[in-house]
Design a protein around this ligand. Structure first.
Ligand code: NAP
Length: 508
């Protein structure tokens, strides 16, 4: 270890409130600041964490909504109490700027508070009442009551690109704890120190609220065997994941082939296509081009909602759009990427795209090791439609302009898309008729459809959907952002002819 830091991680796992170390360690790889050694996760630790989570469920799963809301607020307070130290180690480990880490912490705290308010309101229980009919026969019916109940212990995989808001105490954990489900987190190796300090905040809240410590465990990274053991553990009832298509699909398949299959809620990213209709392009090609460049380069392009593809009509206005985007991208600063592997994968995918038939390079940048600068390519729709590689996500600040000859071809591109997290249409009033046709196609493709905006920046609120048809997500009925995300950790139970005193308190 070298350098100074106000927070020095102990490098151990937290299993039900107890610090545990294993024999082997891995080193963190910060962009700047000291490196630290972290104990590696193992299947044995996963087993201990899952056993403790199951034990905790017998009390936590039956706690009151008010108790859980108070607990979520306590976690939020404990995170705030560690604010500066979290920002410091978070920026060191991820290379993300201070302002981003501060903003992401605010979002993490807000998510916890939002779920506290959400469960207090109680609508998520979806309570239903059918009264009994005893006379006249044969119309007799039993008395039925229905309510959503928590499913039991769940697994959460920390995401590399959101070290706070989609990691240890991020949206997946907040929604699961709100539902009444204990959580076993598998930390991401890109930010183990950030994971540790946030886990400390969760543990402090557990102590403050007198909750069973098995309700939360953090097992740090330990290679593929650790993640595989987690999704296959018989006590785990569902999994929340954000990451690559390859990793997500492998874990999804493991969940599906368990003796008792469980849902795997994987958010696997997408190219988030943007369609520019003629009147909008004629009126504001430059403005849209600059806006696109800004959205593409935000966070070095490491957002699942990064708008990687712009579909434009061939012509002068389309050229203006491309020129404006190229100029803005060319001025964007070099940014550190989350890990060296992610930076290397970006360059490899960029070089692969440059070599594809029919692809023209409008802007190619040089970057190395862990940094990324922007790249811009263009291709005709005819080439794009014939080459599925061009429709795959490139995780980083890369834009591809797909040039169509007419509106019919634009609709053909839209129809050929796989599932997306978002799809955007830029339009003016006189584009309305075309927009309607296009939006009808896009609504079947994406979880969120936008008009005249950019998809980066996902609001955490009641009406948000962050999901979509495969491969954007592995479960098109679910969202991983917003209050609706709590549904992933619930299942409806029907209570037939229960005496009032035996009904769950929320149904009485
Ligand atoms: P990743 O490689 O999918 O890893 C995410 C998590 O899953 C890690 O904890 C990893 O554990 C685990 N994992 C992956 N494959 C596994 C397998 N076969 N078996 C068991 N566990 C497995 O994602 P990443 O590390 O965040 O970044 C790599 C790539 O993912 C990026 O280049 C990017 O393409 C993509 N990504 C996309 C988004 C998005 O929102 N679209 C977000 C983040 C990343 P270990 O590393 O400990 O094995």
């Amino acid at each position: 270890m070298s350098g100074e830091s106000t927070f020095t991680p102990h490098g151990q796992h937290f299993i039900a409130g107890v610090q545990v170390a294993t024999d082997t360690t891995f080193d963190s790889t910060p962009v700047h600041g000291p490196t630290h050694a972290f104990s590696m996760g193992t299947p044995d630790l996963i087993d201990k964490a899952c056993q403790a989570a199951e034990e905790a469920f017998w009390s936590y799963g039956y706690s009151t909504r008010e108790e859980r809301a108070f607990f979520l607020e306590a976690i939020a307070d404990e995170i705030e109490a560690r604010a500066d130290a979290i920002t410091e180690i978070g920026t060191q480990e991820t290379g993300l700027p201070v302002a981003r880490l501060v903003g992401e912490r605010g979002r993490t705290v807000m998510q916890l508070q939002l779920f506290a308010a959400h469960i207090r309101a109680g609508d998520y229980l979806d309570r239903r009442y059918d009264t009994s009919v005893t006379f006249p026969q044969p119309g007799a019916k039993p008395r039925l009551r229905l309510m959503n109940r928590p499913i039991g212990p769940v697994a959460v995989f920390g995401a590399s690109n959101f070290p706070l808001a989609f990691s240890v105490a991020g949206g997946d954990t907040a929604s699961a704890l709100a539902a009444g489900c204990p959580v076993v987190v598998k930390g991401h190796p890109a930010h183990p120190g950030t994971s540790e300090i946030v886990a400390q905040a969760v543990l402090a809240a557990i102590t403050r609220c007198g909750i069973h410590p098995g309700v939360f465990s953090l097992v740090q990274a330990g290679g593929r065997a650790t993640g595989e053991a987690l999704v296959q553990h018989p006590l785990i009832r569902a999994v929340g994941f954000t990451g690559s298509l390859a990793g997500g699909r492998a874990l999804f398949d493991l969940c599906a082939t368990r003796p008792e299959p469980i849902p795997f809620f994987g958010e696997l990213g997408s190219v988030n296509p943007m369609f520019l209709l003629p009147a909008a392009l004629a009126a504001r090609s430059e403005e849209i081009g600059i806006g696109w460049a800004n959205s593409l380069t935000m966070g070095a392009g490491q957002f699942c909602t990064n708008p990687g593809i712009a579909v434009v009509m061939r012509g002068k206005e389309g050229d203006n759009f491309a020129a404006a985007a190229r100029s803005a991208l060319g001025q964007a600063q070099t940014q550190a990427m989350l890990t060296e592997d992610i930076a290397a994968a970006y360059r490899e995918r960029r070089d692969r795209m440059a070599a594809e038939a029919g692809v023209s390079s409008l802007l190619v940048s040089s970057c190395n090791l862990r940094s990324a600068t922007s790249d811009l390519f263009s291709v005709t729709a005819a080439e794009w439609l014939g080459n599925h590689v061009l429709a795959e996500e490139v995780f980083g600040p890369l834009g591809l302009i797909v040039i169509v000859e007419n509106f019919a071809e634009m609709c053909e591109v839209a129809s050929a898309l796989t599932g997306q997290l978002t799809a955007t249409v830029h339009m003016d009033e006189s584009d309305a008729e075309a927009a309607l046709s296009l939006l009808t196609i896009l609504e079947r493709k994406a979880g969120r459809v936008l008009i005249n905006g950019f998809p980066t920046g996902v609001e955490v609120c009641d009406a948000m959907v962050h999901g979509g048809p495969y491969p954007a997500s592995t479960n098109f009925g679910a969202t991983s952002v917003g209050t609706l995300s709590i549904r992933r950790w619930l299942r409806p139970v029907c209570y037939q002819d229960f005496p009032h005193s035996l009904l769950p308190e929320d149904l009485r």
